[in-house]
Ligand binder design. Structure first.
Ligand code: UD1
Length: 354
């Protein structure tokens, strides 16, 4: 059997890594890896391949940045001849980025079977480009691997036949479980005993200066009580520079961190403040309080079961929640079912059987 994996952006890499490893154990399995080049900076891509021990991509489509239409179109045009030449038995796509929908769409037109890893998640906010990518990918994929039961319910409601849906658990947690022991060794020297760890890159938070400026001001205020470490995504870096914002001495803007460094920082953090998707899940698994600056989440289990609290854009509440956490008032939480480090093995068993 021949499988092709398509990855493109930072959050894809930790999801594909365990699936590639698990499929490599299956007898007679051949695999190729296509990197679309959606993320191309050394610290947004290469370092992840090294730390996650993902084999070098067999193809790099080098699409780079652009508008959504440009990026998606370029991926489709460059991926089509590759997949047509090799005609794999399965193409595996991951998550909800532009590379995911672009590759799935190419395959569905060529009648090449597509499996979507991390299917069924819904924020019910079509203002998010990722929500469009999720909805469309799930409609055209042949096999849908869900991380939690809510994913199955969403897909069934949208008319996806039950036989296409498999609840396998969370592959990103597979990577976390495998690499957590190494993460502690990757912590920088001189880290404060307590700190807030921040990531922000959603267009809804960072593209509008009227949104970003007050967030930065509140983070600066929090940093008087609790040092703030903020590894900055390139998109956000550009916006902060445009604002000319000058941070106080306890609000630390860092370069994007590697997987191991960031995992180590999460595990030790007093609180994580984010608008990412995956970090809501990682903090839930680690039992670290997570405050999410979004109106909705496609990962509701992190709120109902885990450590996550959705704050929307309520910055007063952000301040008060951080104070409560500093007083030791944290939410009771548990680990969702099947977030056990073995999701990719379940995927490999299903793929190799069909
Ligand atoms: C993408 C995903 C988002 C994911 C995020 C994680 C989509 C629609 N969005 O958003 O779901 O959470 O990745 O990081 O696919 N840039 C660089 N270097 C890079 C990559 C990007 O400088 O290696 C800059 C470019 O100026 C680019 C901007 O960041 O225009 C945004 O990159 P893009 O890939 O378009 O979207 P992300 O915001 O990273």
């Amino acid at each position: 059997m021949y499988c092709v994996h398509v990855v493109g952006a930072r959050p894809n890499f930790m999801k594909a890594a365990p699936v590639v490893r698990a499929l490599a154990q299956e007898p007679g399995m051949r695999q190729s890896l296509v990197h679309t080049g959606q993320h191309y900076d050394q610290n947004m891509s290469d370092v992840f391949f090294r730390e996650l021990e993902i084999p070098e991509p067999d193809f790099n489509l080098a699409v780079g940045s652009g508008t959504h239409a440009h990026q998606t179109g370029q991926i489709m045009m460059r991926f089509e001849p590759v997949v047509e030449k090799f005609r794999p038995d399965w193409v595996l796509v991951y998550g909800d980025v532009n590379s995911t929908i672009a590759a799935a769409l190419v395959c569905s037109k060529l009648r090449i079977r597509v499996a979507h890893v991390e299917a069924g998640l819904r924020s019910f906010d079509r203002g998010m480009p990722e929500e469009i990518n999720r909805l469309l990918t799930d409609q055209i994929a042949d096999l849908l691997f869900t991380p939690s039961e809510d994913g199955n319910q969403n897909l069934l409601r949208e008319g996806v036949p039950a036989e296409r849906i498999r609840l396998v658990g969370n592959v990103m947690i597979d990577t976390l479980v495998r690499l957590l022991p190494k993460a502690a060794a990757s912590l920088p020297q001189g880290l404060p005993r307590q700190y807030a760890l921040v990531t922000l890159h959603r267009p809804s938070n960072v593209d509008d200066p009227e949104m970003l400026r007050p967030i930065l001001q509140v983070l600066d205020g929090i940093s008087h009580e609790l040092p703030v470490i903020f590894p900055v995504h390139p998109r956000t870096r550009q916006r902060i520079e445009q604002l000319g914002f000058r941070a106080g001495e306890n609000l630390h803007f860092w370069e994007p961190q590697s997987y191991l460094q960031f995992l180590g920082l999460q595990q030790r953090a007093t609180v994580v403040i984010t608008d990412s998707g995956g970090i809501q899940e990682e903090t839930t698994f680690l039992g670290v309080p997570c405050l999410t600056l979004r109106d909705s989440t496609e990962r509701p289990i992190t709120v109902t079961v885990g450590t996550n609290v959705l704050l929307g854009h309520d910055l007063e509440r952000l301040r008060s929640e951080v104070c409560a956490i500093l007083r030791g008032q944290t939410k009771q939480s548990a680990t969702p079912p099947l977030w056990d480090g073995h999701a990719a093995e379940r995927i490999a068993n299903i793929i190799s059987a069909g």
